[in-house]
Design a protein around this ligand. Structure first.
Ligand code: SF4
Ligand SMILES: [Zn+2]
Ligand SMILES: [Zn+2]
Length: 304
């Protein structure tokens, strides 16, 4: 097939807008929307931290921001990798993240659950009780990212979430009736004391496109999936959205669009919670002891 723009050989067909694109035009198509999204989410000046797991999305997000910062001396990109301690999975992606940062001369900070909380996620898995690994992982990862971002004086944390991830989260919050959580979704417009706002440069790019972009750019990526993902509720939403998109191309974009339509109303209804430093760890929390510390205590008790 030929590229709808220039007639060269196409590398992909974009179903939701009916165009065939060659390598060059596909790369431009992705980069243009990421730049637009970054402008829309207003990228602050100063240090920008990227949550770099080493998975393809985080590598693409990091590369895009690095490219922007290269031409703009008012911004500096740092990468933060959280080592959850998942044997046979995380080690490979950390290696990829390290190599990527070395090649692009990006300062790289690694923080582990073991150092920070005393347990690897594999150890948590044995003692976790009724809560799934992802619950611990999500809460502890947010804690770690915010901690390091604060230490390096970052003005924002960029996450690698793509359109599929964001559509899943919106739908999940909707189905659960959790509008308050919906109101707290990144990108954050309000600055909360002690909490570094998160931005999502790839939120309008479907997963298939971030994968193809990473491939065409020749980035080394890992195909492995986390062994605990199987217990994640998200899987149901992923399958559902994939089926929906198959039958009605453009559904993911519509889900995001609907959220953006009601976003301001949600912010008005659910004011940001008042945050104070956690009495145990000092990270911002709406309760005296933050959720990360509560979960650490729970695991500690399970070990005794
Ligand atoms: S799938 Fe769950 S346990 Fe695995 S890295 Fe993601 S959040 Fe953590
Ligand atoms: Zn072309
Ligand atoms: Zn705490």
């Amino acid at each position: 097939m030929q590229c709808s723009k220039c007639g060269n050989e196409a590398v992909t067909f974009i179903r939701y807008n009916g165009t065939y694109l060659c390598r060059q035009h596909f790369i431009e198509f992705v980069e243009k929307r990421v730049r637009k999204e970054i402008r829309k989410q207003s990228l602050p000046k100063g240090v920008i931290a990227v949550a770099l797991s080493g998975g393809k999305d985080s590598i693409v997000a990091c590369y895009m921001l690095w490219k922007i910062a290269k031409k703009d001396r008012s911004r500096e990109i740092h990468a933060i990798t959280v080592d959850e301690g998942i044997a046979g999975y995380r080690d490979a992606t950390i290696k990829i993240a390290k190599k990527f940062c070395e090649e692009h001369e990006i300062p790289h900070h690694i923080i582990s659950f073991k150092e920070e909380f005393g347990f690897t996620l594999d150890e948590v898995s044995v003692k976790r009780g009724e809560l799934a690994e992802c619950t611990y992982c999500g809460v502890w990862r947010r804690h770690c990212l915010n901690k390091v971002a604060k230490e390096i004086n970052a003005k924002a944390i960029a996450m690698g979430h793509n359109l599929d991830d964001v559509a899943q989260t919106i739908l999940m919050n909707f189905v659960r009736g959790d509008m308050e959580r919906m109101a707290r979704m990144a990108p954050h417009k309000k600055i909360q004391p002690g909490l570094i706002p998160r931005i999502l440069p790839l939120r309008t790019i479907p997963e298939k496109e971030t994968t193809l972009y990473a491939y065409l750019k020749g980035f080394e990526v890992s195909e492995d999936e986390c062994p605990y993902a199987i217990r994640a509720m998200r899987g149901i939403y992923r399958d559902f959205i994939m089926q929906l998109e198959e039958k009605h191309p453009g559904s993911r974009h519509s889900i995001l669009k609907s959220f953006l339509e009601i976003e301001d109303c949600l912010h008005e209804k659910y004011e940001a919670a008042k945050l104070n430093p956690c009495i145990k760890c000092g990270q911002p929390s709406s309760e005296p002891v933050c959720m990360a510390c509560q979960l650490r205590e729970k695991i500690k008790r399970g070990h005794e």
